[in-house]
Write a protein that binds this ligand. Sequence first.
Ligand code: CP3
Length: 341
Amino acid sequence: MSKMWELFQGNSLSSPPLWFMRQAGRYLPEYRKIRETCPTFLELCYTPELATRVTLQPIERFDFDAAIIFSDILVIPQGLGQHLSFESGKGPQLEPLNLSFFQTKLSFAGFLSQMAPVYEAIRLTRAQLSPSKALIGFSGAPWTLALYMLEGEGSRDFAKAKQIAFQNEKLFSSFLDFLVSAISLHLIEQIKAGASALQIFDSWAGLCPSSHFQKWIIEPTRRIVSSVRDVFPEIPLIGFPKGCGANLIDYSSHCDFSGISLDSSTPLSWAVKNLSSDLILQGNLDPLLLCAGGEPLKNAIISIHQHMNGRPYIFNLGHGIVPQTPIKNVEDCIKWVRELR
Ligand code: CP3
């Protein structure tokens, strides 16, 4: 825990350290300018010099305490051989995977060479980023990746993917095992390239029924954390099981994370009471409050700080920043967070 705290604390000695999920992206004019020069979003992800530029943009503009490498959780399926494209207005499109054939359709053969530009972007970013700032690498969690891979696209309920999982529980478990290996490898390579902390995004944890939460979320995630820690015992690891409610108690007590990212629906008083005081908490500010700005934003910042009641925490959002967020609100938010004592 203290390792994680030291890493993020950086320059902010009295106010909480701060970074935002999706801090690089479309709300920034300088991001849109670089994005325009790339025919596709994926080309931006896979061009190390450009991925480095956009990773550093929010640090240069706002002096956040951490950078998060510009990439996407869906580069893993692509690296394993599943066709991926991002079409404007439609979000990610994956060639839907037939679960029965995952072992023949997917393989590790080209994985590291496909991912090489991501690791190169991390090396370049680390070289240009102030040593006082954390550089966060990341990955999707097995459950969230499996849902996208089986559904073939984003969805509100991932009805098709979940039906496949329920009808083929044994095979689905081996599929999750396969993803555990790919994700562990990807995370370890990111540390080797220079990532100083990692976050595992389980954006759709809230869609996993409690009856299967242990098997489909906790156990696979625990094994990833454990294989990363076998190689890098001290690396700060943050879990983000979005929307999982009270399952967060078992998730955080079984997975050996250093920090937990809280979505906006989690009551902070509940989290502070029920999660180990060894965990660094992060998050919770509703991204639409940042978008709305003004007095409601200021009150929400103060409320988060009061709930944390002297416990070390990292200021962050409960989910990614939305593209229509005014820059002025981000500036106000940072100023108000840095005034906290
Ligand atoms: O600044 C950062 O946080 C780092 C970059 C980052 C992106 N995606 C860039 C991105 C990170 C950490 C992600 C994670 C990610 N990607 C998640 C988990 C977090 C979450 O939001 O729940 C998920 C589910 C994805 C999959 C994904 N990527 C979707 C569903 C979409 C389309 C939705 C959208 O916002 O357009 C993306 C595209 C994407 N990933 C963009 C960015 C900046 C927008 C594409 C563009 O700029 O053209």
